[in-house]
Write a protein that binds this ligand. Structure first.
Ligand code: CA
Length: 221
């Protein structure tokens, strides 16, 4: 049945995603079919915010995650690259769902740790370098509203001290093993890899559930 659905989807690649594709996505992720359908509504909104088509372009993405400001930074660029798994320069619906799945409260922690490593590996070198670590430190400070209280020098000092502590191999950068050790000691570092709202995604788009042709049983998967 699943393989039949796959054939059906691939032969209709130019058409908007069909229920069959949504079922496959639900199968591969933590989301139910209903939740995938709700995510499609969100996807349609995001994919039309800057450039109106069936893809999330970088412009759409940056607009969405920066709350209207078009300011770009390395971290949001890198996040876009990670969503764009096929590296086509745009985010397709399937890529969108598979990436968001990692942010689901029920997704495996190992997936979150690995995704965060790739995220802070800003220049795709296979390491978290000082620059990526600084982004992480700044994000943590911002979360505690401490970023405005500290001078640039103080932030740099925190980054240096953290790097010294984490970089057990002493090569000036953080490899995946050192990263896993760091997260084990500081689980809050991957807190931003979980979006609690993803658990209630169908509540955010309640009208969908009423209009949906998905059988009721799917609601309780
Ligand atoms: Ca190292």
């Amino acid at each position: 049945m699943r393989s039949l659905a796959r054939c059906f989807c691939s032969s209709n690649a130019k058409h908007p995603p069909k229920f069959e594709e949504h079922a496959i996505l639900a199968d591969e992720t933590t989301f139910s079919v209903n939740e995938v359908e709700a995510l499609y509504i969100l996807f349609e909104q995001l994919s039309s915010s800057a450039i109106d088509d069936d893809f999330i372009h970088k412009e759409d993405f940056l607009l969405a995650i920066s709350n209207g400001s078009s300011k770009q930074n390395l971290l949001s660029e890198r996040l876009f690259d990670l969503f764009d798994a096929k590296r086509k320069g745009v985010i397709e619906f399937g890529e969108f769902v598979r990436a968001l799945h990692i942010f689901h409260p029920d997704a495996r922690e190992a997936e979150k740790i690995s995704f965060a490593f790739r995220l802070y590996d800003l220049r795709h070198t296979g390491y978290i370098e000082r620059e990526g670590l600084k982004e992480m430190v700044l994000a943590t400070l911002r979360e505690h509203e401490l970023d405005l209280c500290l001078s640039i020098d103080a932030v740099e000092a925190i980054v240096d001290k953290t790097l010294q502590e984490v970089d057990l191999k002493g090569d000036g950068k953080i490899d995946e093993e050192e990263w896993k050790d760091l997260v084990a000691k500081n689980p809050s570092l991957i807190k931003n890899m979980t979006l609690p709202c993803l658990r209630d995604i169908t509540l955010a788009f309640p009208h969908f559930v009423v209009e949906s042709e998905v059988p009721d049983s799917e609601l309780f998967r």
